[in-house]
Ligand binder design. Sequence first.
Ligand code: SF4
Length: 367
Amino acid sequence: MRNQTPPDTAADRAPDRAPDRAADRASVSVADLVRDGLVRADHSAALDPIAAQFRIRLTPDMRAAIATDPGTDPVAAQFVPDPREALIRPEELTDPIGDHAHSPVPGLTHRYPDRVIVHVTQSCEVYCRFCFRRETVGSDGPLPAQDLDAVMAYLAATPDIFEVILTGGDPLSLSARRIGDILARLADIPHIGAVRFHTRVPVVAPGRITPTLIAALKVRPAVSMVIHTNHARELTPAACAALARLADAGVPLMSQTVLLRGVNADADTLADLFRMLVRNRVKPYYLHHCDLARGTGHFRTTIAEGQAIMAALRGRISGLAMPTYVLDIPGGFGKVPIGPGYLTQSPDGSWQVRDPKGGLHRYDDPA
Ligand code: SF4
């Protein structure tokens, strides 16, 4: 076992050190949002109880991507708190995807036999209002050294584990040095073949994708990234340049998008996003149905609405640009594709197949 990682120095955090000008700083409070013109002063009191419960953070990059009235803008809707977050529906949960139900050691979720999730930090560059981990993000920062040691010991002792998914929070909110240390420790475990980052950083804080970070990603386990992005407007020129730096370095890039009412819940908006991702060498991977996190009901569509959007996209954009529409079954029972389905079986055993325009066709299996 390697020595514990010492705390980051100021130099480690260089891409994110406290900037001098307010315009270069993240908005982290209701007062900041009022100052930045994203919340009306006479609306701020209604947001204080929300801010007390769920943390606020919005980077200068995402602030600049807000191009229309903040009350209706699809980027603002993801980061600016809303009084509707006070409405907790009976079906909503504090741990909607059951991270804690499958946690043999703190900081690690082991839901499927060959892969684990490691929550290497609870911090993010932005705090998304619909986050499925909104009850835990922002609280503790990096996983404590003794917990990281226990995670590494669990991984080393469990040879069935092939893939490690680094998440959080956002793993790329850690310093490049700390990320390099984690990757080096994973490289020391021979049965770990792949490491996947789930991150919003290349989009919301593209300046953090530095040559030092990219050098740290060049390790023996195959490193890939799943980029969380929900609207084409988030893919600013700086974000596209960060994605290019990663792609040029040979890091396979995929995306995950959350289906969000008021942000992207229509076929035109998603077609723009998925094509933009393909143009930037990112394979659209998952479209998540919005999880049952507390206070997020105003974002959630019905599953039937999501299926109708997916049906409208199929045949309109290429298969390369199509993600899989998935639901994390509440309670920690795993992630499953939720359609729409194109097959039904007739009583005689033959299949009815629906084409993208809605026509039905018979298909017979070998007798
Ligand atoms: S970046 Fe990811 S983990 Fe962080 S608040 Fe947004 S959705 Fe949650």
